[in-house]
Design a protein around this ligand. Structure first.
Ligand SMILES: [Zn+2]
Ligand SMILES: [Zn+2]
Length: 313
């Protein structure tokens, strides 16, 4: 790759990263880390726990680079892999750095919890993962929540109807008969959840278990596979909501306008604050009916506004 001139460089960047590593004193780490982020003007969400660190932040090109250098200079996070997206500006409204018991939780008690450094599925590169998906009889499990998979997922993936990662152990146990003896591939956004999910499967006795290293995000950036066979957009937990993954001819829109049914890749929230549901609605229906999931939400929103203005006068 040629060196980018400062003119070509994006003005902002979004970073996504994690590392499972023992942090002895998460509270102390949190304080110094928050200070570092604040100094660099970064916004985003970072979770620190005894088992590691998980973060996604946005900031200026220079400051996000300084952040990565600082993380790489710290022996604790030296080997961390950053997934980097160019951006026009910040994609988070604020900075939140928190200590949690776990950086990712399967809802298991301490003795049963998975340490991915001890047990985890075999990591596959994007290319290896793509090739494994082509094999007969493999089961591809989407390791994310149902609303994430709704926006986009791998072709032929099993997308469990779960609203929280903690529901996975029960779901997997309920479906263990279907999984028995099969080669199982798991994937998630950036790889962090599959570290535990695939580890859990191994601990449950499944042997042929693999995970997509670096998740969908890395798969989409891979120069060789270029997101092949990922359908729709990748859900992200920031203001962008969905990001492109597939840069090949297999790219397709899998979501539809709830009013007229045409393909609509972008989602928004119902404008009635009490509803706020995530909805797909095309620009022309939005113009005709407003940004509401149904007429009821529009009527209720109008009533709320009328009540509020009546109270003010
Ligand atoms: Zn429409
Ligand atoms: Zn609504």
């Amino acid at each position: 790759m040629s060196t980018q001139s400062s003119v070509d460089a994006p003005s902002y960047q979004v970073l996504l990263y994690y590392r499972y590593v023992e942090i002895e004193d998460p509270e102390a780490y949190l304080d110094s880390h928050r200070e570092l982020c604040a100094e660099l003007g970064l916004l985003g969400r970072i979770i620190v726990g005894r088992e590691g660190i998980n973060g996604t932040v946005s900031g200026s090109f220079e400051n996000t680079n300084s952040y990565m250098e600082a993380m790489k200079a710290d022996p604790l996070t030296a080997g961390i892999e950053f997934k980097i997206d160019p951006a026009e500006g910040h994609v988070f409204p604020k900075l939140s750095v928190k200590v949690r018991k776990e950086i990712v939780s399967l809802g298991l008690d301490e003795t049963a919890d998975i340490d991915p450094n001890e047990v985890s599925g075999e990591r596959l590169s994007p290319r290896e993962f793509y090739e494994a998906m082509q094999e007969d009889g493999v089961i591809l499990i989407d390791g994310r929540n149902d609303y994430e998979a709704e926006l986009g997922h791998f072709k032929d993936a099993v997308c469990p109807e779960i609203g929280n990662f903690r529901e996975f152990p029960d779901w997997l146990r309920e479906h263990s008969e279907d999984l028995k003896g099969k080669k199982i591939l798991t994937y998630c956004t950036g790889g962090i959840r599959c570290e535990k999910l695939s580890g859990f499967l191994k601990k449950e006795g499944f042997e042929d278990v693999y995970q997509l290293d670096g998740g969908i995000v890395k798969y989409g950036k891979d120069p060789e596979v270029q997101g092949r066979d990922f359908e729709g957009l990748c859900y992200v937990f920031d203001q962008r909501v969905g990001v492109e993954v597939n840069r090949t001819e297999t790219r397709k829109v899998i979501t539809h306008c709830r009013r007229c049914g045409i393909d609509e890749p972008n989602f928004c929230n119902c404008q009635w604050p009490k509803c706020n549901d995530q909805i797909f609605i095309c620009p022309s229906c939005k113009e005709e009916h407003g940004q509401y999931c149904e007429d009821k939400c529009r009527t209720e929103a109008a009533k709320d506004i009328a009540t509020a203005s009546a109270e003010e006068t």
